[in-house]
Write a protein that binds this ligand. Structure first.
Ligand code: DX5
Ligand code: ZN
Length: 216
């Protein structure tokens, strides 16, 4: 199981150093939460900040857009150095064209769904998506409780398309990572449980061990 620490839980006054630190601590990808204050009731950062921290690591940037009309900003995130670009199905005016635009900009297209959105919503796009992000909490804030019933969506997706990458985000800790792994999750996002831990490397090793992987 891959671990993508979410910098939302990091010390923003030292964002570059925090990213370098989780890179050294064994993060597989760096998860960057972009919020616009419209799609979600919170604001974070946009392309200039992503571009500024691009030099702090060579690990893939997994950018989670929680913004309305995501298609509009695809080229800017490509220039900023995003590798995977995840948009919410609920926010896209035209999901097909958004996927195509992400792909034509050389990034991996990924689609996210909120807890109230049914898993069937993503079915028409599965052939063209690199990954589906199943939200385990309402998007907008870190530190919320994992909703285990959302793992049913993961089971459905892995049954329908075993080679599709499935990511979960929100409330992932050692205990819930084990539940996620049993449901077939490939990538766990973890904010509080990594950045809130005294030793990020130990936290990432523990998540991977919970996910069934021998720490290496
Ligand atoms: C929430 C964000 C998450 C958040 C997860 O909207 O998408 O990535 O940072 O934080 P934790 O792991 O603390 O639930
Ligand atoms: Zn996220």
């Amino acid at each position: 199981m891959l671990i993508a620490p979410s910098v939302l839980a990091s010390d923003f006054s030292r964002l570059g150093e925090e990213i370098a630190r989780i890179d050294r601590s064994g993060a597989d990808w760096i998860h960057l939460d972009v919020m616009d204050g419209h799609f979600v009731p919170n604001l974070t950062f946009g392309p200039p900040v992503v571009a500024a921290v691009r030099k702090c690591t060579d690990k893939p940037f997994d950018v989670h857009l929680m913004i309305d009309d995501p298609m509009r900003y695809v080229p800017e995130f490509q220039k900023a150095g995003a590798n995977l670009l995840t948009f919410h199905e609920e926010a896209a005016r035209d999901p097909d064209r958004t996927i195509e635009k992400i792909r034509s900009c050389g990034m991996k297209p990924c689609m996210a769904i909120k807890p109230a959105t049914s898993v069937e919503t993503v079915f028409p796009y599965l052939g063209r998506l690199f990954m589906v992000l199943v939200m385990m909490v309402e998007p907008g804030f870190g530190g919320q409780r994992f909703m285990p019933e959302m793992l049913d969506k993961v089971r459905v997706l892995k049954k329908k398309k075993p080679d599709l990458l499935v990511q979960v985000d929100g409330g992932v800790n050692e205990k819930t990572a084990a539940q996620a792994a049993r449901a077939g999750v490939d990538v766990c996002v973890a904010g509080t449980s990594v950045f809130g831990a005294p030793d990020a490397a130990a936290a990432i090793r523990a998540l991977k061990a919970a996910g069934g992987e021998e720490p290496g």
